[in-house]
Design a protein around this ligand. Structure first.
Ligand SMILES: N[C@@H](CCC(=O)N[C@@H](CS)C(=O)NCC(=O)O)C(=O)O
Length: 78
């Protein structure tokens, strides 16, 4: 199962767009920004810098929006 670690008001929206365009099944783990607009500390459990987006696909974990988009296209775009 694909899981997108999605932060409010972030470039993670690009990944949702790609997942929808590719017609993939996925789940979203949603993180709300703190009042300071920083990401919440829970995001550090999936990314050492606490940044979003992060995508997991089975045992694979990928950070960086451009790399995630490349991965989705290379793996799932027929
Ligand atoms: N180069 C990274 C940038 C990741 C990044 O800076 N994400 C921002 C949201 S667009 C973030 O997580 N900000 C929260 C924070 O730094 O506390 C990418 O394209 O994925």
């Amino acid at each position: 199962m694909i899981t997108l670690h999605h932060l409010d008001q972030s470039r993670s929206l690009r990944i949702i767009w790609a997942l929808e365009e590719l017609g993939l099944e996925y789940q979203i783990k949603h993180y709300k920004r703190l009042p300071t607009f920083a990401a919440p500390p829970e995001l550090k459990a999936v990314h050492p810098l606490g940044k979003s987006p992060v995508l997991t696909d089975g045992d694979l974990t990928i950070a960086e929006s451009a790399v995630i988009l490349d991965y989705l296209q290379a793996t799932y775009d027929t």
